[in-house]
Design a protein around this ligand. Structure first.
Ligand SMILES: Cc1cc2nc3c(=O)[nH]c(=O)nc-3n(C[C@H](O)[C@H](O)[C@H](O)COP(=O)(O)OP(=O)(O)OC[C@H]3O[C@@H](n4cnc5c(N)ncnc54)[C@H](O)[C@@H]3O)c2cc1C
Length: 408
């Protein structure tokens, strides 16, 4: 008797879970196996630095699907199971625990792992990183006992944890090598807005300084900064970026370069092996570059596109990148990626914290961030998609509808 076609997804996060759902939506009738090394069913990570960290949300509110979804859709969810090797020639996986599993098509969605600091004392107790529910639970328990928190890294995770810790009544020191928070994501000029936001909310900012070491007796007691000063705290959080989980792919001979390299259909260098989410460095046909985006929306949307292509479709992934963040009473969305720009245009007063910021290159919008202004992300994405010079006066004028500026 011939084996039923089997599509396997490695990584039971947002990209993996949405891909499994899409395979069934596409009408795929073979086996769908979703393999994840965490004990829980798939969940979304954004609440881990926000509402869940503060004890204001429960797991069920951010699980990707209800508990009975997987059985109801005949999706075999293997939790606490790690894929340890891929043999592309035999189309076979090694699992721990669980032996071997044959596959016909494979999606790699293993996400990313936080970077660690290679400094003395980095392995002391009381230094936390944040990625999974398990690491969040540890951090939550630590925060409950701490009154002073030092956070190393003012990227998205560091900035959001700083905001949550302040909202929980902790004294917070935020240490960052760059000039301002979120410098790498938004640039210095817009990053200043976030510097002021955190300062106004009582965070002590130590910008422009790296970390030399952590000191303590078994448990971290202070972080020594590159200017020679030190910051004492009860708890430390390190948020200095993530590395894509590429080892499995690399060992299987899949081309890896800042993530798993894919074409616009999210297929890797090995036919029948796809990648999605934080791990995928995917060719973006609209921008003509490869992009690896560590964004919730990318995982949400790439998973299903990869799944549909595994089922025989040919859909290019060409969505405009989208990211959101919440810090204190500031909620924002970014459409596009501000990697290269020569002009910043404000639609509203930057000090008001209710505005839209546009990054432009050669007169064209490359990205836009709406801050406490809603229902504009689609229009901003259209402005980015258009790649045409835009009327600057209209862009800066809150009374001019954004939709009127979009040239198609
Ligand atoms: C604390 C936090 C807050 C965030 N907040 C925001 C936000 O506000 N806005 C935003 O846009 N994005 C945010 N993000 C980013 C967003 O959550 C990620 O982009 C998204 O989770 C990526 O999804 P993924 O499915 O690619 O990877 P993941 O969610 O990481 O899922 C991958 C899964 O695969 C598992 N895995 C890895 N290797 C194996 C293996 N060999 N075998 C089996 N399983 C394996 C991993 O353990 C993990 O469970 C946040 C991320 C974090 C950590």
């Amino acid at each position: 008797m011939s084996r039923r076609p089997t599509f396997v997804i490695i990584g039971a996060g947002l990209a993996g879970a949405k891909a499994a759902e899409a395979l069934r939506d596409e009408g795929f009738e073979g086996r769908v196996v979703l393999i994840g090394d965490e004990p829980q069913r798939p969940y979304e990570r954004p609440p881990l630095s926000k509402a869940y960290l503060r004890g204001e949300a429960s797991f069920d509110e951010f699980a990707v699907h209800g508990a009975d979804f997987y059985d109801a859709h005949a999706i075999e969810l293997f939790t606490s199971t790690r894929c340890t090797a891929i043999d592309p020639a035999a189309r076979q996986l090694s699992l721990d625990p669980g032996g071997r599993l044959d596959y016909d098509q494979l999606l790699l969605a293993p996400g990313a792992t936080p970077r660690t600091l290679e400094v003395a004392g980095a392995d002391l107790e009381g230094i936390f990183s944040l990625r999974s529910l398990a690491t969040c639970d540890l951090l939550r328990a630590g925060l409950a006992k701490a009154s002073k928190v030092a956070i190393v890294g003012a990227g998205w995770i560091g900035a959001e944890v700083a905001a949550s810790a302040r909202q929980m009544g902790k004294d917070v020191v935020l240490v960052e090598a760059g000039e301002v928070p979120l410098e790498r994501a938004l640039g210095v000029e817009v990053g200043r807005m976030f510097r002021d936001l955190h300062a106004d909310n009582g965070v002590v900012l130590r910008m422009g300084t790296g970390v030399e070491s952590f000191r303590g007796h078994g448990v971290a007691e202070e972080v020594v900064l590159s200017d020679g000063s030190s910051v004492r705290a009860d708890l430390f959080v390190v948020g200095v970026g993530v590395l894509p989980n590429v080892e499995l792919a690399r060992e299987a001979g899949v081309v890896v370069d800042n993530g798993i390299v894919t074409d616009q259909y999210l297929e890797s260098s090995v036919p029948g092996i796809y990648a999605a989410g934080d791990v995928a460095n995917a060719w973006h046909p609209r921008f003509g570059v490869r992009m690896r985006l560590e964004h919730w929306a990318t995982a949400l949307n790439q998973g299903p596109v990869a799944a549909r292509n595994m089922s025989g479709r040919e859909i290019a992934y060409d969505q405009i990148p989208y990211f959101f963040s919440d810090q204190y009473d500031l909620a924002m969305e970014v459409s596009g990626v501000p990697t290269r720009w020569d002009q910043v245009v404000y639609r509203g007063d930057p000090r008001s914290r209710e505005l839209i910021v546009f990054w432009l290159a050669d007169g064209c919008v490359v990205a836009g961030m709406n801050v406490n202004v809603w229902d504009v992300a689609d229009d901003i994405a259209e402005l980015v998609r258009a790649k045409r010079p835009v009327d600057l006066k209209g862009l800066a004028d809150p009374e001019t509808p954004l939709s009127s500026l979009i040239s198609r």
